[in-house]
Design a protein around this ligand. Structure first.
Ligand SMILES: *Cc1c(COP(=O)(O)O)cnc(C)c1O
Length: 376
């Protein structure tokens, strides 16, 4: 919670729920990552928060962008991004969308299969391509599972094939999983990337780039290591495995840049119990799984909460959203406690909600609108 957000929330009574994002925090996060990893290029992962205010600010600060869809490409270009600063990082693209991106000047594309590579050769001839490696996502609170990437031997063959197809085999990417709690997790992935570089060098292909992905955490319920520790984790792994022949390093932060910049203002709609001797209160808020808090799925992301009664006696609660779907239960097993004095109508602040909230919602399930947001 910044002073600016605090003032914004208190100066007027706006209908809830809404998100407010402090752009100073976004800028400060971007700059601190630049400072900590001076040799790396920062590609902001647009999906984390695609608000034009955020994108424009990051363009101004000199960021590049990881985009995943025609709409994300149009958005960044419309706001003034240079197409040469875009990385079409989704490994799942329609050929027509690849062609459209290529026409618009996008030069850098991801793949993780022979089939996708064939589309790139047809629709984006001569472009720079990088292969996503399948890596361990241990330690990540929001893992990306086996959906993306391929194993190293396949990556090697595909990058050779890329050359034979008239593309420019440019590098390797991976993602160690979102909200990665262990700064040591980059080591194994960078080791794989370095082995792939050597393997290909022996076959006449010199790669240029290692994209170490995102995964840098926001501050939720559990404490996290500082960004300096993460930077050391990444930089240390790069020098350990590449020695003094460092390739161009790319980072793709999403959550780290915008997560802590946002506060969600919500209201308590109902407090009830299921029986006369029930020790646990059910707290129903006007925001839930379907209008902004999708990442409470599996209780994976545990947001810190603030209430007007913090510091007083507290008791166990189950937190739920306002819709008529039981999936819209936020936290049942995560051990949340809230003040006994909490009352219907109280305002509750949900912290660190700047990432993966505003667009990560239904269009209006049960009549509840997507989350309105203010950028200040
Ligand atoms: C979502 C995504 C990111 C951002 O991940 P964070 O964990 O939010 O930093 C980076 N790269 C790719 C390819 C992604 O899909």
């Amino acid at each position: 919670m910044t002073e600016k957000i605090d003032r914004f929330i208190n100066q007027a009574s706006r209908p809830t729920p809404f998100l407010v994002v402090d752009l100073d925090v976004v800028a400060e996060r971007y700059e601190s990552l630049r400072r900590q990893l001076p040799a790396a290029e920062v590609f902001y992962a647009v999906k984390a928060n695609p608000a034009p205010e955020v994108i424009s600010l990051l363009i101004e600060l000199g960021a590049s962008f990881d985009v995943a869809s025609p709409a994300e490409i149009e958005l960044t270009l419309r706001l003034g991004a240079d197409p040469a600063t875009l990385s079409y990082g989704n490994t799942i693209k329609k050929q027509a969308d690849i062609a459209a991106a290529f026409q618009r000047g996008v030069e850098l594309f991801a793949f993780d299969s022979a089939e996708e590579l064939a589309k790139l050769a047809r629709a984006a001839p001569g472009s720079k391509v990088f292969c996503r490696l399948l890596v361990d996502n241990q330690g990540a609170e929001w893992p990306l599972s086996r959906k993306f990437g391929c194993e190293r031997r396949m990556a090697r063959d595909l990058l050779l094939q890329a050359r034979d197809l008239g593309l420019l085999p440019y590098g390797v990417a991976f993602h160690v999983g979102s909200q990665q709690m262990d700064p040591g997790q980059w080591d194994g992935a960078v080791a794989q990337a370095a082995a792939l570089f050597r393997d290909l060098e022996g076959r006449g292909v010199e790669l240029a780039m290692v994209n170490v992905g995102g995964g840098f955490p926001a501050r939720y319920a559990d404490p996290i290591a500082g960004i300096d520790t993460y930077a050391q984790g990444v930089q240390g792994a790069m020098t350990r495995h590449f020695g003094n022949r460092l390739p161009c390093t790319v980072v793709e932060p999403g959550r780290y840049i915008v997560g802590d910049a946002g506060v969600l203002q919500a209201e308590v709609v109902l407090i009830s119990r299921k029986s006369y001797d029930d020790q646990v209160r059910w707290i129903y808020l006007d925001v839930g799984r379907f209008n902004g808090l999708a990442e409470t799925e599996g209780e994976a992301i545990r947001y810190p909460l603030r209430t007007p009664h913090d510091g007083g006696a507290a008791g166990p609660v189950i937190l739920a959203g306002p819709t008529c779907d039981s999936v819209d239960t936020l936290y049942e097993n995560a051990g949340y406690r809230m003040p006994m004095a909490l009352a219907i109508g109280d305002r509750v602040q949900i912290l660190a909600t700047g990432a993966y909230t505003t667009t990560y919602s239904t269009v209006g399930f049960n009549g509840f609108d997507p989350l309105p947001a203010y950028y200040i």
